[in-house]
Ligand binder design. Structure first.
Ligand SMILES: Nc1nc2c(ncn2[C@@H]2O[C@H](COP(=O)(O)OP(=O)(O)O)[C@@H](O)[C@H]2O)c(=O)[nH]1
Ligand SMILES: [Mg+2]
Length: 303
């Protein structure tokens, strides 16, 4: 199973036509793909510049404006990672957990899954099914104390903890009662008790935003989920829109780098590391498959 082999969507040609890069001024095109405000102004200026093809100018403008921090499924430099996924309900959090956990398994890592979503009917069963497919252990934590207990138990295992623990959350705005709210405190405590020499645990909190989210709603999502302490952004459902503005407005609103892009519901295929070429192609209405032939696909464990 190769997580980075991506099929060309049947609608690729029509979407590419809809979003074809402008031959003249870029302002109309930027509006059509949903980009607004200062970001659109900066992109328009960069795209009007000299040198290169329109795609090359778009790519380098994206590279300048949006930091990218691809998800490291190989676990370089950490002995116990906690990766939580937060964001609005229905955005694709549980599916993203499954995709990233599958990538880690493909890279030969051990994973455990924790569901903190005791709210939505069927949410625990959904993660349980993914856990079975991945031969991963799965736990349920309904409150901060339960999550701390699960993580303590995993960390103290005589045979050593799993490489990565993925924490799936409900789409509700985090409060002090939400398990994910307690993660930063748990990490700090674990670091104190274990000491740096033992390689303390690390925490990543991925904020999921759907690709079609407008700039003002991306701001709203970033504000609502700020208490969970996001560290990077995941943009989902790029396959469902020809205006995937949140690829840029999501990271802009959260002031965080883009980690991965999800372009379909399939696990583990429909996920791609953040990369300026991939983002530029998605704005052109191309699927990441169109790029893989130009750039080759990166296999887990070979970076
Ligand atoms: N088209 C498409 N569907 C997706 C994507 N990611 C998730 N989904 C689907 O969106 C629905 C909600 O996903 P889920 O992971 O349960 O969302 P959650 O409520 O945030 O956990 C499911 O039917 C998923 O299969 C994506 O990138 N593209
Ligand atoms: Mg879910």
């Amino acid at each position: 199973m190769n997580a980075t082999t991506i099929r060309t969507s049947p609608s690729t040609k029509s979407r590419a036509k809809e979003a074809a890069l402008p031959k003249r001024g870029p302002a109309t095109w930027l509006r059509a793909v949903g980009l607004e405000g200062t970001l659109a102004t900066k992109l328009a200026a960069a795209m009007r510049g000299d040198g290169g093809t329109p795609r090359e100018r778009l790519r380098s403008a994206i590279d300048e404006l949006v930091p990218m921090a691809p998800f490291d499924a190989t676990n370089a430099g950490s002995s116990f990672r906690v990766v939580a996924v937060v964001g609005p309900s229905g955005v694709g959090k549980t599916t993203t957990v499954a995709k990233l956990a599958a990538r880690a398994r493909i890279a030969g890592k051990t994973v455990a899954l924790v569901s903190c979503d005791a709210f939505r009917v069927g949410a625990i069963d959904q993660l349980e099914r993914f856990a079975e497919l991945l031969s991963a252990e799965m736990f349920v934590a309904r409150a901060p104390a339960e999550l701390a207990e699960v993580l303590d138990d995993l960390l103290e295992r005589p045979e050593g903890p799993p490489d990565i623990v993925f924490v799936d959350t409900s789409g509700r705005p985090p409060t002090s009662q939400s398990p994910e709210h307690s993660l930063a405190g748990w990490i700090a405590r674990a670091e104190r008790t274990r000491g740096a020499s033992e390689g303390g645990p690390t925490l990543e909190v991925l904020l999921c935003v759907a690709a079609a989210t407008r700039a003002c709603d991306a701001e709203r999502v970033a504000r609502i989920f700020a208490p969970a302490g996001p560290t990077a952004v995941v943009v989902t459902k790029t396959d469902e829109t020809c205006a995937p503005a949140a690829l840029l407005h999501g990271p802009e609103a959260a002031r965080l780098p883009l980690a991965v892009v999800c372009h379909g519901p399939r696990v583990p295929e429909d996920v791609q590391d953040a990369d300026p070429d991939v983002v530029a192609a998605l704005f052109e209405g191309l699927s990441p498959a169109d790029l893989s032939s130009e750039h080759g696909t990166r296999k887990e464990g070979t970076s």
